[in-house]
Design a protein around this ligand. Structure first.
Ligand code: ATP
Ligand code: MG
Length: 331
């Protein structure tokens, strides 16, 4: 939990909820990563993590200058739940570390995490699979600033979350400052067509046979779903099911699973849509969505009959199942 990204505090809140529920039924230990990237354990490591049966795990392959107690806790764990949002956590980096350490972990793997973190490459893959996405152009630092869209447009860093660095740009005069803000967070950004529609989100759960939750509509009183609408008390309301036709609900669920599969995801993801009339567009996919018990992902599954504790149990089983399956292959 924690981590170097600007979503550090959101991660701590998500992890707090996860630990509170897991603590009753599992031996848990939390590893907190500070904003500078230092890993720390609480003073006491539960005896279960030091058990001799775990000692043979090949932690020596872990090429990090980690405090030895961190390495020991990772190697001794049956499963790690990375509750990290954004760069250096949700983007395949921590997942790669866990692969090297040979420890099962919750959520999408290295490729899926890196791919889905990058809104530019992710949309290219979806387009290739025939999944409809929001139109955008990609801009790297130094590129000429051109785009074919009428105003307003959205400007966003390619690899971030929680609406950090994103602007709704109403006219040409606002474009420069918006690009400057986004370039503070990433060297690659997207200028996106504004879709004047409903915001709908859908949870996905599973490995090889993923299921979609009921979708929900995000309603905010802000002009768009910005950082404060996301995290301030009363900033948003989730309406399940969303006020769209049954056909559109089904289409959202189908496309959520298609996006999950196209992104090579396993475990979990939340897929964010924009629905304009009958048109359903994938906007983005989050591999480690906000994870408190009142976050959208948990609420959507609760409305679909899977409670928060059950969701956590299933995610842990899925992590173990994937690890077992992948161990069988010769490299
Ligand atoms: N093309 C668009 N048309 C209309 N609204 C948009 C568009 N792109 C983004 N938005 C608005 O901006 C918000 C944030 O955008 P987006 O989901 O792409 O960013 P994010 O920071 O990755 O979010 P998350 O917290 O879900 O990871 C959306 O929820 C929506 O309100
Ligand atoms: Mg989003």
């Amino acid at each position: 939990m924690g981590g170097r990204s600007s979503e550090h505090d959101i991660s701590l809140a998500s992890a707090g909820s996860v630990i509170e529920v897991l603590r009753d039924r599992y031996d848990t230990v939390s590893v907190e990563i500070d904003r500078e990237g230092h890993w720390a354990l609480p003073a006491a490591v539960p005896p279960a993590l030091e058990a001799a049966e775990h000692a043979s795990r090949s932690v020596e392959t872990l090429p990090v200058l980690a405090d030895s107690s961190v390495a020991a806790a990772l190697a001794g764990a049956d499963v790690v739940f990375p509750v990290l949002h954004g760069p250096f956590g949700e983007d395949g980096t921590v997942q790669g570390l866990l692969e090297l350490a040979g420890v099962p972990y919750v959520g999408p793997g290295v490729l899926a995490s890196a791919l889905c973190m990058d809104k530019d490459v992710f949309k290219a893959v979806l387009r290739d699979r025939g999944v409809p996405v929001t139109s955008s152009v990609t801009l790297r630092h130094g590129d000429p600033v051109e785009h074919p869209f009428p105003y307003p447009v959205f400007v966003k860093p390619a690899r971030l979350g929680s609406s950090v660095g994103i602007s709704k740009v109403h006219d040409e005069a606002e474009l420069g400052p918006a690009l400057e803000l986004a370039f503070r967070h990433d060297e690659k950004l997207l200028i996106e067509e504004f879709v004047d529609g409903l915001e709908v989100e859908c949870g996905v759960l599973g490995n090889r046979e993923p299921i979609a939750s009921l979708p929900g509509q995000i309603v905010t009183h802000a002009e768009w779903y910005d950082f404060s609408a996301k995290y301030e008390e009363g900033g948003m309301e989730l309406i399940v099911p969303p006020p769209i036709s049954d056909e559109s609900v089904e289409r959202v669920q189908c496309l959520a699973v298609e996006a999950f599969v196209a992104g090579e995801c396993e475990g979990m993801a939340r897929v964010d849509f924009l629905v304009r009339g009958d048109e359903v567009l994938v906007n983005e996919l989050n591999t480690i969505p906000g994870f408190t018990s009142t976050s959208v992902y948990a609420k959507l599954f609760a409305a679909s009959g899977i409670s928060y504790p059950e969701l956590l149990d299933r995610l842990i089983e899925l992590a173990l199942e994937r690890h077992e399956r992948q161990r069988r292959y010769a490299y």
